[in-house]
Write a protein that binds this ligand. Structure first.
Ligand SMILES: C[S@@+](CC[C@H](N)C(=O)[O-])C[C@H]1O[C@@H](n2cnc3c(N)ncnc32)[C@H](O)[C@@H]1O
Length: 221
């Protein structure tokens, strides 16, 4: 597989149609300056998420895994002024950087960052009757992806779009004997998708910042 060609094409699409403006470029710079790892979606993937959010007419979005707010900004820009995006992040320091970036993007009235373990925040959202969400983006730690998916279903309605990033892991999902818990986490998630009759799902192959990967696209029936 010629990964460099994939990366070049991803950059070509991102440059052509990505709309990565000064705010988004500034977000990436702020992350670098703060020592936050560059494990965000690419510009092309951010645009893809935004297109999906518009396609499903999302008014209420849930994101699991904020990092520095890069994908948050792409998604929140699909919302109208009465929309809402709740994003979950474990690290207070990352959330602080994300908050500043979201303020710079003028999106703070729409975006609520909840700091803590996603599993706890998801239980709180459910207890507080925050669902249903129109779109849910899963992009946090990989071992509990199946549990995040189960929570996402609880917080969904028929028609909700669930997207999960990094579900191919450079093709390592093909290896049944892989001892990397991130790989076994997404293998378990992919199997749960396949077995779940409540959803229609597929996976598209993608190129992330470093690796050949995939995004699961799931619609709740
Ligand atoms: C891949 S990054 C998210 C990238 C972001 N969505 C973007 O594209 O700009 C994963 C994020 O999930 C966070 N995370 C990891 N484990 C978590 C947990 N248990 N609960 C909440 N967030 C977690 C990490 O701190 C990190 O910021």
């Amino acid at each position: 597989m010629d990964t460099s060609l994939f990366e070049s094409v991803d950059q070509y699409i991102g440059n052509l149609l990505g709309d990565e403006d000064a705010v988004l470029k500034g977000t990436l710079k702020s992350m670098k300056d703060a020592g936050i790892p560059g494990i965000n979606v690419t510009a092309n993937q951010g645009k893809f998420l935004q297109v999906l959010a518009r396609l499903c007419g999302a008014k209420k979005i849930l994101e699991i895994g904020t990092l520095g707010g890069y994908s948050t900004i792409w998604l929140a820009r699909a919302l109208s002024a009465d929309g809402q995006l709740i994003t979950l992040e474990l690290e207070q320091a990352y959330a602080d950087v994300a908050r500043q970036n979201i303020i710079k993007a003028g999106l703070d009235p729409l975006v609520d960052i909840k700091v803590g373990k996603a599993m706890d925040s998801l239980a709180s959202l459910d207890a507080e009757d925050e669902g249903p969400f129109d779109m849910i983006f899963i992009d946090a730690d990989k071992p509990p992806y199946t549990e995040y998916f189960e929570w996402a279903l609880k917080l969904s309605r028929p028609g909700t779009l669930i997207v999960a990033d990094n579900v191919i892991r450079e093709g390592k999902v093909l290896d049944d004997n892989c001892d990397d818990e991130r790989v076994s986490g997404v293998q378990r998630f992919n199997k749960a998708l396949a077995d779940n009759k409540q959803v229609t799902a597929t996976i598209i192959q993608t190129v992330g910042s470093k690796e050949h990967d995939g995004m699961a696209i799931v619609v709740v029936k």
